[in-house]
Ligand binder design. Structure first.
Ligand SMILES: NCC(=O)CCC(=O)O
Length: 335
């Protein structure tokens, strides 16, 4: 792009900022409810809404309440909801077998939502960390996270989620080769229209702390996730991972966390032009909410500015815990 700049007063940038009407005409990017994916936490039980201390305003919901949340989201025009289970510790095993139980919490929630609110897209989490006691996304042997054995488990998990009615599978595990294996298995089993959003560039980040509280994994994690998640110092590697996952059959790609990695999002979108998403993760949510609750920032305005930043960087959509709040603000014309 060639940027033409003339000297003042030939060009006065303030002319196009003079009124709301002119600012609207000159606006380059937009934020709409269509850009939002709402991550929600599911727990066992009935009629339960359990607050998460490190994520004020976010709750773990029993399946009946998740259905209510999906109805609320659909009513607001939010296109997709993404489910994260809080697994009963008694169901966590070294082999993570609960992950592909057709009646596990996540699969029951998928079925309940699709029965009650078929128009909303349901996205899942494909990773083993909710299903073992050590908190790693893969199977572990002698302290090593096993890649290929984990991929086999993820394939079983993916098929169970597809069978339950998931629209988008979200492999968040960062094992090598899982997208190709999942795609082949989905095609083989007749789930040709199930989309995969690859967590392709997922960084080993400190911003995930509150999420681990939310899914009951804090304190459980032995070691760290640096042998499979990315080094925050790398950016070329993100492009290679995105290209690899697109080639293996990902329909959508994600960068995670969000705001600290806007440079990566921009490079991904301009390089591949593929449907590109960011995850505004729990630590990002908590920082904005905490400052807002203390009266230090205007929570709604900062939230909307952060979401617009993702659009400006090149995102087609954002997973954000703010989704319903953002949808209400957008519908009220605050953007
Ligand atoms: N696999 C999903 C996540 O790790 C979410 C992280 C967060 O919200 O902090």
């Amino acid at each position: 792009m060639r940027l033409t700049v003339a000297p003042t007063p030939t060009l006065r940038f303030r002319r196009l900022r003079k009124s709301a009407a002119l600012r609207a005409l000159a606006q380059e990017h937009t934020l709409s409810v269509n850009d939002l994916i709402w991550p929600v936490f599911v727990r066992d039980g009935t009629n339960l809404r359990e607050p998460i201390a490190s994520m004020p305003g976010v709750e773990r919901l029993s399946v009946d309440q998740v259905v209510k949340a999906a109805e609320e989201a659909a009513g607001l025009g939010i296109p997709a909801i993404c489910l994260f289970p809080y697994t009963d510790p008694a169901k966590k095993t070294a082999g993570c077998e609960e992950a592909w139980n057709p009646d596990n919490l996540a699969n029951r929630a998928i079925r309940a939502i699709k029965a009650a609110v078929p128009e909303i897209a349901v996205m899942t989490d494909v990773a083993l960390d909710p299903y073992n006691a050590h908190g790693h996304d893969g199977l572990v042997q002698d302290g090593i996270i096993l890649n290929d054995e984990t991929v086999e488990a993820l394939v079983k998990m993916s098929l169970a989620q597809a069978e339950a009615g998931a629209d988008i599978l979200g492999p968040s595990d960062m094992m090598d080769g899982r997208i190709g294996a999942m795609r082949a298995a989905l095609e083989g089993a007749g789930y040709k229209d199930v989309a995969i959003m690859s967590y392709a560039a997922k960084y080993a980040s400190a911003y995930y702390g509150p999420f681990r509280d939310a899914v009951g994994a804090s304190g459980a994690l032995k070691g760290d996730k640096k042998t499979y998640q990315m080094n925050p110092a790398n950016s070329d590697e993100a492009l290679r991972l995105i290209e690899r996952d697109l080639t293996e059959g990902a329909d959508m790609v994600m960068v995670k966390p969000g705001m600290p990695y806007l440079d990566i999002i921009h490079r991904v979108k301009t390089t591949f032009g593929a449907p590109t998403y960011a995850y505004q993760v729990s630590g990002e949510y908590a920082m904005i909410r905490a400052a807002a609750l203390n009266g230090w920032i205007d929570g709604d305005r900062v939230m909307l500015e952060s979401l617009m930043a993702f659009r400006r960087a090149g995102c087609d959509g954002v997973l954000t815990y703010f989704a319903p709040q953002a949808a209400r603000a957008i519908r009220a014309g605050q953007v």
